[in-house]
Design a protein around this ligand. Structure first.
Ligand SMILES: [Cu+2]
Length: 372
């Protein structure tokens, strides 16, 4: 009886979470659909496009709902877990193809989980069970599925969830080990699907929970390969030749160029004296992030999201490999704008990879005194 009630309480939370995302996305789709249509025909081709056009398969601009934003809100994640008993979660994950902008004027067909990049963060506790419903939206055109690195079993569930458009599949699993893990699409052309945005994170908290912090932020890096130059206006198609050469057009944090900065949707905000935890997932499909906070340091770092291990302390730059995650804690002793970059810096300088944490508060000249 008690078990049942716990199950129901938790189910309700999860269902509200998933339907909230869907509702928000639905409204975006409606708004976007009214604004979209035939905007980009007839623009001149740059060097890269001219070259790529001759090799193009001629698909052109595909038909998918237009949305204004795919960048996941880094604060829109489930709360830390405080319970001390296992529960069962009913979780629905839906794949959605959408057209959106990598940067203003640059359209791309994203494949997503839940209409956002990275896909919704799932948060559970070691020992919990999940009843997963995977839905492939009926407006999609391709097979999709989910491979959870948090799960023991064939393909991390990718075979069990393989699903044509308009259908749903179910998978039941138990979380046997703690950590932060990627989930991603794993169909035969999996590199194309991940380069189009199909990845997210499942956090399996250890039974003792996570240390208390003032803020948590959810970030994902992936790179995409298009048939036009970065910044060239128009519809960009995925360029499989560039992908095979691992020569990306864009390297992106939360799916769009400089999404989490003041010039787009706003920086992440903290105050002097606060602490923050960053959940970082690298989708790839090919590039390893050299993740670094300019003007700051990872106070604690759990590489690979291996939260059962002791953290390393005061780490400057951490590799987050494709198909992996990192958990990083930060202190903010002085006011600043900390730039989160991939320290392979051409990815920041030329390919769009940047997020900003704004730290507000009183200057602390005994720690940092710029004398100006
Ligand atoms: Cu897929």
């Amino acid at each position: 009886m008690t078990d049942n009630r716990e199950h129901n309480d938790q189910s309700k939370q999860e269902v509200e979470l998933s339907s909230g995302v869907s509702r928000k996305q639905f409204m975006k789709n409606i708004g976007g659909a009214m604004l979209s249509g035939g905007l980009l025909a007839g623009l001149p081709l740059g060097n890269k496009s001219a070259k790529a056009a001759s090799a193009s398969n001629g698909r052109g601009r595909p038909d998918a709902p237009k949305v204004d934003r795919v960048a996941a809100d880094p604060r829109d994640i489930p709360s830390p877990i405080t319970r001390n008993r296992p529960v069962t979660h009913d979780i629905t994950l839906e794949s959605k193809d959408v057209i959106s902008e990598i940067e203003p004027g640059v359209e791309f067909k994203y494949m997503t989980y839940g209409g956002q990049v990275p896909g919704p963060m799932i948060r559970v506790r070691k020992g919990d069970k999940v009843n997963l419903t995977f839905k492939n939206n009926s407006q999609n055109t391709l097979l999709h599925n989910v491979d959870f690195h948090a799960v023991y079993g064939t393909g991390g569930g990718s075979k069990a969830t393989l699903c044509p458009p308009g259908q749903t599949k179910e998978l039941h699993f138990k979380l046997m080990y703690p950590g932060a893990f990627i989930y991603h699409c794993a169909v035969p052309k999996l590199d194309e699907h991940i380069a189009s945005g199909m990845y997210g994170m499942i956090v399996v908290e250890p039974q003792e929970g996570l240390p208390e912090v003032d803020h948590e932020f959810y970030l994902g890096q992936h790179e995409t390969y298009t048939n036009k130059d970065a910044g060239e206006k128009g519809f960009h198609e995925l360029d499989t030749e560039a992908m095979k050469s691992e020569d990306p057009t864009y390297v992106l944090l939360n799916g769009e160029k400089k999404a989490l900065t003041e010039e787009r949707y706003g920086a992440m905000e903290t105050e002097v004296g606060d602490t923050a935890r960053i959940f970082m997932v690298t989708g790839g499909p090919n590039l390893t992030s050299s993740f670094h906070a300019i003007g700051n340091v990872w106070t604690k770092a759990w590489r690979e999201g291996a939260i059962a291990s002791e953290p390393e302390e005061y780490v400057q730059t951490c590799h987050v490999a494709p198909g992996s995650c990192g958990i990083f804690e930060m202190d903010f002793p002085v006011p600043e704008k900390s730039f989160l970059v991939d320290h392979a810096l051409s990815r920041y300088n030329h390919k769009g990879m940047l997020g900003v944490i704004k730290v507000e508060g009183k200057e602390q000249p005994h720690i940092f005194d710029p004398q100006s």
